[in-house]
Design a protein around this ligand. Structure first.
Ligand SMILES: [Zn+2]
Length: 99
């Protein structure tokens, strides 16, 4: 029996991609802690989008139409999150040292 997990929330990939493309515009600290806080903030407000992949196959990408519709929402939520987290950053000194 192989119960290896094949499902994955593709929304995580989309939000990470949007973050990486737009982080310079967000005006927020880009340390790993703040990055994770902002991405988690956006993910909590977005629907999940589970995809299932076969062994050795890349996770199937959410189709382009859905992606384009979501991009605006994702960016808006990342900007909201960046504002909130920028005002009350939860990073410590060690989080920002590698930045
Ligand atoms: Zn930070």
């Amino acid at each position: 029996m192989d119960n290896k997990k094949l499902y994955h929330n593709a929304m995580e990939d989309l939000v990470e991609q949007e973050y990486e493309r737009n982080k310079s515009k967000l005006g927020c600290c880009t340390c790993n802690r703040c990055r994770n806080d902002i991405i988690a903030y956006a993910l909590n407000k977005l629907p999940t989008k589970y995809v299932v992949s076969h062994e050795g196959e890349l996770y199937s990408k959410v189709d382009t139409v859905v992606h384009v519709q979501l991009e605006t929402d994702i960016f808006r939520l990342l900007a909201q999150g960046a504002k909130l987290i920028g005002e009350h950053p939860r990073h410590t000194e060690s989080d920002t040292q590698n930045d």
